[in-house]
Each structure stands twice: as structure tokens, then as C-alpha cells.
Write a protein that binds this ligand. Sequence first.
Ligand SMILES: [Zn+2]
Ligand SMILES: [Zn+2]
Length: 258
Amino acid sequence: MSATPPVWRPRDCHAHTTFSDGVLTPKAVVEVARERGARPSVADHLSCDVGAAVGTVAGVANYLDVLEKLRRDVPELGISGEFCWHDSLWRTLPRDQWARFTHTVGSLHAVWLPSGNRLHMFQRGWPEGLDADAYMDAHVENLERFAREMPVEILAHPTLLPLALRTRPLQELWTEAREERAVRALAAAGIAFEVSNRYRPHIRFVRRAVDAGVRLSLGSDGHTFEQVADLAWPLATARELGVRDEDLYEPLVHGRRS
Ligand SMILES: [Zn+2]
Ligand SMILES: [Zn+2]
């Protein structure tokens, strides 16, 4: 009898459940991923600054307990969390808790402006006197600081910008110089660039990341049955750029940074 070689399946590194603002239970996320031929992860919001989120150290302990229990039946389960860069929770988690994740995801859901105020990606309105270029420069500076300080494996949705800027083409705001700074920061830190199905990056930026030696990760950022583990576009994009399937970030192969 010959053993069947294991079939490679894409990993959804970023999906939400009822622990935060998703509608599926962790078990349902596993089932949906299986149906779609993907490997599952749960990466709920673990943050004090997201409405429906796990926002305390004790809450994170419970979250990890529940997911580790589920992994006894589902050894391929990725146990992750999406942490806000601007929030303090990730800085206060005990080391032994941090070590229990298979991988961690960091998000620039808000950035610090030169004024000292914060601008949130989902906030309505726009600070008076701030022009888009000055904002983008601050955004990239925040990204560079994020890469230096935050010990995560993945930058979620790298092109996510404030609501007020989302009518403008990404490649205008993300100039080539800004893209270059971003991918250099990720490369230096060893943080993967998420090819998000929800906030789809423009191809030039993804290509630049690949050329700089930044690993790609696939993320549905799914919150619903329709969205979870839908990796068709991210996977096609990675393949189009010549990235081999086995080089896409897989926590159980590539592990943690520290
Ligand atoms: Zn996010
Ligand atoms: Zn998310």
C-alpha cells in the first residue's frame, strides 16, 4: 500500500467568529473552510478598541482555551488573533499567552497623526487641515513603527485606508515610494503581507512585496458564511506573481517570529 501524499490546501490565516464580530462559531468556520478546500484559522479581534471583541487578558485566556479544545479534534486549526496596532492589549498579554497562538495578525485600524490625535480607518469625517498626502506619510510612518515594535507574523489588509480616502484609487495614495518603504519595513521585520480578499491590494504593491522577499499570506477576513475561507482571488493573485503555493505563509510550517 502506498501512502497518498498530503494535498496542499491554502490557509485562511484571517477569519472572524462569534468571539468578536463574525457570525459563525469557531466550529462552523472549520466546517466552511473544509467545504471550500482551505485550512482554517480563527483570528478574532483581540482589542480594547473594537466594539465586539475580546478585550481583556482573562478573555484572551478563555478564547485560547476554547480554541485549543477545538484543535484536539481539528489538528490543522490555526489559532490566531487580530490585534490593533494602536491598542494596548497586545502589549500587556503575558508571554505564555502570546506563545499559545499559531500565528498573530496585526492591523493598522487607526494611525497616529503628527498632531498627536488618532485617525481611525472606519471613522466618518476628516480632520480639518489634513491633506491626503500628509495623511499617507503619517500612515507609512505608523506602518514602519508597527513593523519595528509589534511581534506579529502578518500585517492584515496592508492597503486599508480611512473611509474618507476610499473613493480614490489605491495606487495614487500608495505611491511607489510609499510602497517601497512599507515592503522594506516588513522585510526587515519578517512580517508577512496579507493578500486580503476583503480589502484587495493593487497588484503593483503585492509584486513589490514579493520582489523585496516579503512572504505573502492569504486572508479572507471573513465574517460571514459567504466570506470565510473564500481565497480564490488571493490565491490566484499570488500564483499570478509566480509565488509557489508552499511559500505562502503556513503557521504550522513557517512558525512564529519569536
Ligand atoms: Zn482588520
Ligand atoms: Zn479582520
